[in-house]
Write a new protein. Structure first.
Length: 162
């Protein structure tokens, strides 16, 4: 069941996000947690340009996707009201069932209700099929670069919900 993150699940969602970060980027495991993980509620529940959707198996989060205000940390020419899509992860044993696509669809529907139209994300070539997946969600590559040991693929889409 896909649902908007509820305050009672913030702790579990934060731990899930930290766990997935450790899996995908083990070399940053010892580094300081980023602001959104140390301020999860403020970023994803309390900010009007933030949202987090989760999918659960019974009461356990098994997948997540979120967006937050884009902070323009990359030198990209994006509209001012863009949000950054982040934290897409499905537990391996639940993959290949369409959950990631369903989560994204629900996230974009929620964004429509919030009058959010511009979506940025970045991904990395070492994540299998990530670029192809995001293209299927309507994103286009706008820039590729090498950043701190990672090839980075910057992607963007504008939704026209009307």
């Amino acid at each position: 069941m896909i649902e908007l993150l509820q305050p009672a699940d913030v702790s579990q969602a934060t731990q899930f996000a930290i766990y997935t970060r450790q899996l995908l980027f083990p070399e940053v495991y010892q580094s300081t947690l980023p602001h959104d993980l140390t301020h999860f509620s403020a970023t994803y529940l309390n900010d009007p340009h933030g949202a987090c959707l989760v999918v659960k198996d019974k009461y356990k989060i098994i997948g997540m996707v979120a967006y937050r205000s884009y902070n323009h940390r990359f030198q990209l020419d994006l509209p001012l009201n863009s949000v950054e899509v982040v934290k897409l992860f499905i537990q391996p044993e639940y993959r290949r069932q369409g959950l990631a696509s369903q989560l994204c669809h629900a996230l974009f529907e929620h964004a429509q209700q919030q009058n959010i139209w511009h979506f940025y994300l970045h991904t990395h070539p070492f994540l299998p099929a990530a670029e192809y997946f995001w293209q299927k969600q309507g994103f286009q590559v706008i820039h590729r670069e090498w950043l701190a040991h990672y090839d980075t693929i910057h992607m963007f889409k504008t939704e026209n919900f009307q």
